[in-house]
Ligand binder design. Structure first.
Ligand code: PAF
Length: 282
């Protein structure tokens, strides 16, 4: 039975009891609309911790676009049923006034890794993520936190944050879960029309082709230009970025002599999709 807790004080009491009994607490921070990607994080948390908290909070502070916030899918009853089936101990689902009470005046900014790509296309997004994640770590007191690699830049931001602020939560990145046609699972996928859903895997396909070409010795710029072309001809309306970056610092790289990552964001109809794949050194 998954217990639903909405107040930070109640959660703190629950966690204190677990910790007195020597339990290691794992947390999976989410914004709900759960899919197999989230559930794989909850299962990883189950394996690597004694008690599991999944948080659901659609964080207004990380949405730079109010329309996007309004349209973000929400279905707590369905989410709860999935978490119960997976044996999650607590669903922590605070309301906005619990997270940002009257007079709230703080902001956590992680510079460097948060600045390119998502940071430049979604100004303020990572301040919102870093602030809410800091709060969620404080509220859950978790020893381990599980994040999907689909949001690769977010993982790097959170890693930097816990190192810089001495937050005693270990970040465990978990692999991206994909549909059978390669599309990365995302809560936003439900907003694709049937036709767009057919086109969507072109993003991952073009990225994979580019990575194969780069690893085979192709000039990175040419491989990325071909991938952009393929994504646009498949029906995407724009490619916001398609960048080869150092996997950890996210500095631009021209040839993968060190572990790198190809990261992209592209618009398909009204839906913004992101993806990334590993590029091992050649
Ligand atoms: O990845 C997400 O769903 C969100 O950015 C997170 C980490 C739950 C913070 O709101």
């Amino acid at each position: 039975m998954t217990e639903v807790i909405r107040s930070a004080a109640e959660l703190r009491e629950k966690v204190a009891g677990w910790k007195r009994a020597g339990a290691l607490v794992g947390v999976v921070p989410t914004m709900g609309a759960l899919h197999d990607g989230h559930l794989s994080l909850a299962r990883a948390a189950r394996k690597q911790s004694d008690r599991v908290i999944v948080t659901i909070f659609v964080n207004p502070m990380q949405f730079n676009n109010p329309e996007d916030l309004k349209k973000y899918p929400r279905d707590e009853a369905h989410d709860l049923a999935l978490l119960e089936a997976d044996g999650v101990d607590v669903l922590f689902a605070p309301g906005p006034e619990e997270v940002y009470p009257d007079g709230f005046a703080s902001k956590v900014t992680v510079s460097g890794v948060s600045e390119p790509m998502e940071g430049s296309f979604r100004p303020g997004h990572f301040d919102g993520v870093a602030t809410v994640v800091t709060k969620l770590f404080g509220m859950t007191q978790a020893g381990r936190a599980f994040f999907g690699e689909k949001d690769w830049q977010q993982v790097q931001v959170v890693q930097r944050l816990v190192r810089d602020l001495n937050i005693p939560t270990r970040i465990i990145p978990c692999p991206t879960i994909r549909e059978s046609d390669g599309l990365a699972m995302s809560s936003r996928n439900v907003r694709l029309t049937e036709e767009e859903r057919q086109m969507a895997p072109a993003l991952h396909r073009a990225m994979t082709t580019a990575v194969d070409a780069i690893r085979g010795g192709a000039v990175t710029e040419a491989a990325l230009a071909a991938a952009r072309e393929a994504i646009l001809s498949a029906g995407y309306s724009s490619v916001e970025y398609l960048d080869l970056r150092d996997a950890e610092t996210l500095a631009p790289v021209t040839a993968p002599d060190q572990p790198a990552r190809l990261l992209a964001a592209a618009m398909l109809g009204e839906v913004r999709l992101i993806d990334n794949i590993a590029v091992d050194p050649r």
